[in-house]
Design a protein around this ligand. Structure first.
Ligand code: BYC
Ligand code: FE
Ligand code: FE
Length: 483
């Protein structure tokens, strides 16, 4: 048995799960591998495939020093199968089996439930790369281009992570599902991705930053809850994925922050004090704050949909089975079973939005979403602090939970960002004030010109405060292949 903290490169697929002595799974993965490479190579424009990108690659799962940075050509990236180290004597943390030893094999009675969750998780990973496939062509700097590709290769690795579980633990069914993960594609008519937000376009870099801030954060929350799974291989897989996820959200938070910074600085320099003087602000080659707010409204509401219905028997069953836990389950001070407990849900009724107490088990999705909202508000505070420091008067906000929803309690409702219920006619008349219009999108797109000189940035975004891996400001993060 190899050292579980380091990665074994004996096989084509780097791993810390001893693949070289697990012939059946190794062969299945080797059969899946060419389809994966084909998917990757068709997706990412060729000139980037041939470029040298300064990427981090996971070389172990020790929290101290798990990654190494180096120039890589992306098709040669070592996508690996990495599980966090096994915790000795780990117990099922929640539900009716709480306290029993964690499962090392799939418990038969929960097989289909587990497989469904692994497939949904696996489906989102390649979907995000598909959504972002055009962005390389308009990167505002080599620094940002590198960050895009870093996120992309890691989402690719996350797909590998789920495919490994399908091959290892779910037999023929699992292998078919693994193939289907490469067959569906984002936005496709015939075979779309499974969850709503993953079929939406990511048309420009501001959307990319909003996506990595808001939607990757749903990823973090879902992974946190799957990391609590009583099915130990899933728990260990997700624990390691969370380590990588932090950078994705960093890219989002700093990307939005740098966009805001460039706007505010340009406004101050030009002596514009009214953030709604949109044409004058746009003439400066920056994105006006109200448009940034609209993009945030869109991506936040799409991301809330990813938590499923507030009240859900699927979620209750998964928690009760010990398949999915709550955020920070182990740190919560209760019996971890929730039998007889209550949780407050905001429901949309004919009397308006009312609070109702429901069995806590049924409100697991909402509880995770409430934790998400707290988590997502941190960056918004930091953006506002940044705006304030420039002297511009504007505040970014997160819209009401009922705003622009397609899943759950509020899907039939028309609700303003402030939380007021309005008629569908009024919604139609006012939605352009709250969500990006075609014209907003066209304007943002007009700013999306590639900047490829090291250390230079497009007009609409400020340079980062620090380089990746402590590199200097003019570091050549991508050595572009010149065709
Ligand atoms: N779109 O009881 P309900 C990430 C379906 S992101 C379409 O309300 P449940 C990443 C649902 O499937 C994290 N359909 O919900 C981020 C069900 O259908 P069936 C991804 C939806 O099951 C950025 C029906 O509605 N991981 O990693 O309790 C970049 C009723 O469902 C949607 C996971 O999501 C939707 N938004 O909860 C890269 C974790 N919502 O079965 C990567 C795994 C619900 O009746 N998934 N439906 O046909 C889950 O835990 C749960 O499936 C969900 C839904 C939380 C998604
Ligand atoms: Fe991911
Ligand atoms: Fe991610």
């Amino acid at each position: 048995m190899s050292d579980p903290l380091s990665v074994n490169y004996d096989t084509q697929i780097p791993n810390n799960v001893d693949l070289s002595s697990d012939r059946r799974v190794l062969r299945a993965l080797e059969k899946w591998h060419p389809g994966y490479l084909n998917w990757w190579n068709q997706l990412i424009p060729e000139k980037f495939q041939k470029s040298n990108v300064y990427l981090r690659t996971a070389i172990g799962v020790d929290p101290q020093g798990w990654a190494k940075f180096d120039y890589v050509r992306m098709p040669e990236y070592r996508w690996g199968v990495l599980l966090a180290p096994q915790v000795e004597d780990r117990r099922i943390p929640c539900g009716e089996h709480a306290g029993e030893p964690a499962w090392q094999e799939v418990p038969g009675e929960y097989r289909s439930m587990l497989q469904r969750l692994v497939v949904i998780q696996g489906d989102t990973e390649p979907a995000s790369v598909e959504q972002q496939k055009h962005l390389g062509l308009t990167a505002p700097s080599l620094y940002d281009l590198r960050n895009l590709f870093q996120v992309n290769v890691e989402e690719g690795r996350h797909l590998w992570a789920m495919v490994y579980l399908l091959h290892k633990y779910f037999g023929k069914n699992g292998r078919e599902e693994a193939d289907d993960l490469l067959r569906r594609s984002s936005g496709s008519e015939e075979a779309p991705r499974m969850l709503g937000a993953f079929n939406e376009a990511t048309p420009d870099w501001l959307s990319f930053f909003m996506f990595t801030y808001f939607t990757d954060r749903d990823g973090k929350m879902q992974l946190e809850s799957l990391a609590q799974s009583g099915f130990d291989p899933l728990s260990r897989t997700c624990r390691f994925m969370i380590t990588e996820e932090a950078h994705h959200m960093f890219v989002g938070e700093t990307g939005v922050g740098r966009t805001i910074q460039a706007t505010c600085e340009a406004m101050v320099k030009a002596g514009i004090t009214d953030p709604y003087d949109i044409n004058a602000i746009r003439d400066l080659g920056v994105i006006d704050l109200p448009t940034i707010q609209k993009k945030a409204n869109l991506h936040y509401s799409l991301s809330l949909d990813l938590f499923g219905s507030e009240v859900s028997t699927n979620a209750a069953n998964a928690f009760n089975a010990g398949i999915k836990g709550r955020f920070m389950e182990a740190k919560i001070d209760d019996d971890h079973k929730l039998q007889g407990d209550q949780y407050t849900v905001r429901r949309f009724t004919k009397d308006g939005i009312v609070e109702e107490s429901v069995p806590a088990l049924s409100a697991i999705n909402l509880r995770l979403r409430d934790d998400y909202v707290k988590d997502a508000s941190g960056g918004v505070k930091r953006w506002n602090h940044m705006i304030k420091k420039t002297g511009v008067e504007f505040e970014m906000t997160l819209p009401h939970e009922g705003f622009h929803r397609q899943i759950g309690e509020f899907k039939a409702a028309s609700i303003t960002p402030e939380g007021d219920i309005i008629s569908s006619e009024e919604w139609e008349a006012r939605k352009n004030d709250w969500l990006p219009t075609t014209a907003d999108g066209d304007f943002v797109k007009s700013l999306m010109v590639p900047v490829t000189e090291p250390g230079k940035y497009a007009s609409w975004i400020a340079p980062p405060r620090m380089g990746i891996d402590n590199k200097p400001g003019d570091f050549e993060y991508v050595q572009l292949h010149m065709a």
